[in-house]
Design a protein around this ligand. Structure first.
Ligand code: FAD
Length: 466
């Protein structure tokens, strides 16, 4: 049984490793480094940079904690870059080691689908192309930054997140196009590093699609740090003169800066990869799949950012594991329908590493209503939490949405300290059908910020009547 995986990001390598664990002979094709966007240009480098930004913020607040720090922390870009690269290198080498241990053959080169179950690879070193036939092929070529047509990305002052992560410099003044997750994380990092930051967002709110209370809280916190927002507006053109860029907004205003960081989102990476030619149905740039990650061509599966949906690393990873299991099950089952698995997206958290952090899982009350769920909502604030107050991070709240009567948890939204960690107890509860009463009856250690989850759950249980 041979499986060929195209793309070595978190989706692709998770699929390759799972297939190998299940006994398949696996070829993993990657044109750059294993780890994909997540390790090399996404999750990990941004969180490494944000950690430094957090230290700058903490240092500036030292007096509040009874400490005297001589001078202010300033950024040494070279050291920042070196630390980021060391963290990335460590993680990439761990993925490479896992590939070796699991006997996954990694082929470095530019791959494309040359037939239903054939991947053709042009090696990085320019040698002759090689063809790899599999009993199944898993497509995991990820995504690329979306480039707005009105912005000339060839200008040296126009960056995408890839350029920002390269850390050639910290711009003194920066205009960020897009108030989504990537835009807001960079806004927090840059403003902490002392940049003058303006965010321009097309929609009337930041983090489009997110619960209103969350949006209001996070925008206020980021504004308080000194970031300016232009909402319901758009950058219509960018011109460069010398080292400066000028962005003209739809409202007619012009903004000047050193850099325009274009972060309006990402799009599936499917161009020129032979997908439609092999008969694979597409939905614009995304590869279309069913709930089991089967494409329209038998034996070809697709996962991760390439199929759109929740474009997150842990989602890609889970889809990769499930697609590998399904592909193996299909190949091993003869004369009967294989048992195929799917992913329960409603229990997967999504996190934003802003200051403070944001984490959500499942539905808000508004989206529960759209799904005809009669839901109640309970909110508990960090302002009364001992651990949060002691840490000097008492902004924000935990909001739990639960079904009236049963108390079944349908979602939660957290803004505040360690939000990206504490969301998981709610995700576990949702995954296993627990109610707010179950959460409320679980004694939480004191003092912890997680106690706020228990308070919200207690209130929700009262409101649900469960
Ligand atoms: P990718 O990670 O994009 O991997 C695709 C791989 O395929 C790449 O290695 C690429 O080189 C390879 N490839 C593409 N075409 C070919 C080809 N023709 N031949 C061979 N190889 C090919 N997600 C989170 O969950 N948390 C975060 O905090 C987070 N932060 C982010 C911050 C930024 C700035 C960005 C840009 C993204 C962030 N993401 C985050 C999103 C996350 O990185 C992606 O969702 C995730 O990497 C998707 O995994 P994937 O395997 O589908 O694709």
């Amino acid at each position: 049984m041979r499986i060929v995986v195209l793309g070595g990001g978190p989706g692709g390598y998770a699929a390759a490793f799972e297939a190998a664990r299940l006994g398949a002979e696996v070829v993993l094709v990657e044109r750059e480094r294993l780890g994909g966007t997540c390790l090399n240009r996404g999750c990990i480098p941004t969180k490494t940079i944000l950690r430094s930004a957090h230290i700058v913020r903490d240092t500036a607040r030292a007096g509040e904690f009874g400490l005297t720090v001589p001078g202010v922390a300033t950024v040494d870009v070279e050291s920042l870059r070196a630390r980021k690269e060391a963290v990335v290198d460590e993680l990439v080498s761990q993925v490479e080691a896992s590939a070796k241990r699991l006997k996954v053959r990694v082929v470095y080169g530019d791959g494309r689908l040359a037939g239903p179950r054939t991947v053709e690879v042009r090696p990085v070193c320019g040698a002759q192309t090689e063809r790899f036939e599999g009993d199944a092929v898993i497509l995991a070529t990820g995504s690329v930054p979306f480039r707005l047509p009105m912005i000339d990305h060839d200008l040296s002052g126009v960056w995408t997140s890839d350029d920002a992560i390269a850390l050639s410099e910290i711009p003194r003044e920066v205009i960020i196009v897009g108030g989504g997750v990537i835009g807001l994380e960079f806004a927090c990092a840059y403003v902490a590093f002392g940049s003058d930051v303006t965010v321009v967002e097309l929609m009337e709110q930041v983090l489009p699609g997110t619960d209103r209370r969350v949006v209001k809280a996070i925008q206020a916190a980021i504004e308080e740090m000194g970031v300016r927002f232009f909402l319901g507006n758009a950058v219509e053109s960018v011109a460069q003169e010398g080292d400066r860029v000028t962005a003209t907004l739809r409202s007619g205003e012009t903004l000047e800066a050193d850099v325009v960081l274009s972060a309006p989102g990402r799009m599936p990476n499917s161009a020129n990869l032979g997908y439609p030619e092999a008969g694979i149905e597409m939905d614009r740039a995304a590869v279309k799949v069913d709930e089991f990650f089967r494409t329209s061509v038998a034996g070809v599966w697709a996962i991760g950012d390439l199929i759109g949906g929740m474009m997150l690393a842990h989602v890609a990873e889970e889809e990769g594991v499930v697609a590998a299991r399904n592909a193996v099950a299909e190949l091993k089952t003869v004369g009967a329908a294989p048992h195929l698995e799917s992913v329960r997206y409603e229990c997967i958290p999504a996190c934003v590493y802003t200051f403070p952090e944001v984490a959500v899982v499942g539905s808000s009350r508004d989206s529960a209503k759209e799904r005809d769920i009669n839901a109640v909502q309970a909110v508990a604030k960090f302002a009364a939490n001992g651990k949060a107050l002691g840490e000097g991070e008492a902004e924000g709240f935990v909001q739990i949405v639960a079904e009236e009567g049963s108390g079944r948890i349908v979602g939660a939204q957290i803004v505040g300290p360690h939000a990206v960690e504490i969301i998981h107890e709610i995700a576990v509860a949702m995954r296993h059908g627990l109610s707010v009463r179950d959460l409320a009856e679980t004694v939480h250690a004191h003092p912890t910020v997680s106690e706020v989850v228990r308070f919200a759950a207690l209130d929700a249980a009262r409101k649900c009547g469960c």
